[in-house]
Design a protein around this ligand. Structure first.
Ligand code: GLN
Length: 391
């Protein structure tokens, strides 16, 4: 197990300061996979967080502690980071609301970098309204993060409060596309039927719901793992035992770097650094990193096209509900495959909201399933509005 030193990804940050200034009471820090690398929270430097719906199951990850805390009603809202799905997948596994904002909507200042071009700070809430409240506070430009956007921050909370849900067809002008490729092979039947039921509900409320094909969808997963690992290998080079990280004594400088990194970083983190270094090395760059960047452009374009026709695209947030602790720890590829629904959204920099939409069998009370709603850049208000319908 890696030491706890690097387990927290979020330092006292811009967002926590803004929340405190707005009157929030910060009750604690939550558990996560080391550096945000993982999908179960089992890769934490502390201990394994369990899923409140069934404590033999994972809460998802990497921000599993934040999702679990809201799900267990230990707090009303929490923050997490989403580089490839770490807010949305745990929200789905724990039956809470999870929002991944547009890239740049929220400052990353104080967040330990994993993959800087994909990293976003997101939030969990026990309701869409609470999630909107938090977003209103943490969104906006920050001079300490040059990638944070100056785009206007609407009052998401008041906008939601002023909606009338009494109309019989509140979604009359909303066009919704179901991403065909997300409801096929490899996705649990119970998840598919929950998403289809949610789509019918949206249709009954007045929206036009159609299937849309995005053939490049499945290319996103391998491209994501190449890009995220490459960026991580560069970002984590600062953990040399001198500038950052745990220092292990040694006879000379090289040994100090080596020992400190060997000792201070966990297994999954080392694996990602090795993968990323390999993908970036001379001779392999064109075959891996460059091709992955090309796939990223393709993914972006296909979202642009689909979002030209539809206001919102929907899919499951994960191919299954929460699985058993330990089930995938020895099979990293199976764990990576579970990120298929979420990683494309980060590659395109888009906002996405996950709301609980159904249950599948499992545990004593069933296990929650989350619906992912994806929108155009800075359309968080629209996503929250439609998500609000589900509560
Ligand atoms: N599970 C993905 C990964 O390990 C996503 C993690 C994240 O969003 N922080 O890279």
């Amino acid at each position: 197990m890696p030491p706890p030193l690097q387990a927290h990804r979020m330092l006292l940050s811009h967002r926590v300061r803004r929340l405190r200034e707005a009157g929030a009471i910060v009750v604690g820090k939550t558990n996560l996979d080391e550096f945000g690398m993982g999908s179960t929270t089992e890769g934490s430097g502390f201990q394994v967080t369990t899923n409140p719906w069934d404590d033999s199951r994972v809460p998802g990850g990497s921000s599993g502690g934040s999702a679990s805390a809201v799900s267990a009603r230990q707090c009303v809202v929490s923050l997490g980071s989403d580089t490839g799905g770490s807010v949305r997948q745990p929200a789905s596994f724990c039956g809470v609301v999870g929002l991944k904002p547009t890239y740049g909507r929220v400052s990353r200042f104080g967040l330990m970098a994993y993959a800087s071009s994909l990293d976003v700070v997101g939030c969990f809430g026990s309701s869409v309204f609470d999630t909107a409240t938090i977003l209103s506070v943490i969104a906006g430009h920050d001079k300490m993060d040059s990638t944070s956007s100056s785009h206007d921050v609407p009052d998401y909370r008041s906008d939601l409060a002023s909606l009338s849900l009494l109309e019989s067809k509140p979604l009359n002008s909303v066009r919704i596309g179901i991403i065909q490729e997300t409801l096929g092979e490899g996705v649990d039947a119970g998840v598919i039927s929950s998403i289809r039921a949610a789509a019918s509900h949206l249709e009954q409320l007045g929206s036009v719901v159609e299937e849309v094909s995005m053939p490049s969808f499945s290319l996103g997963l391998p491209a994501y793992y190449i890009l995220a690992s490459s960026e991580a290998s560069s970002n984590l080079s600062r953990y040399d035992g001198i500038r950052y990280g745990q220092q292990v004594s040694a006879d000379d400088l090289n040994e100090l770097y080596g020992n400190s990194r060997a000792n201070g970083l966990g297994h999954e983190v080392k694996m990602r650094i090795l993968m990323g270094t390999y993908a970036l090395s001379a001779g392999y760059y064109d075959a891996y990193y460059k091709r992955a960047q090309q796939v990223r452009t393709l993914v972006k374009k296909s979202f642009e096209e689909a979002l030209g026709k539809y206001d919102i695209l929907i899919s499951p947030a994960a191919p299954s509900a929460a699985y058993k602790i330990g089930e995938k720890t020895n099979d990293p590829l199976a764990m990576y495959a579970g990120d298929i629904m979420t990683v494309n959204v980060n590659m395109a920099g888009l906002p996405a909201l996950v709301v609980p939409c159904g249950f599948v069998q499992g545990g004593s009370a069933g296990l929650p399933v989350g619906l992912q709603m994806i929108g155009s850049p800075f359309s968080e208000g629209k996503l929250l509005e439609v998500g609000h319908i589900f509560e």
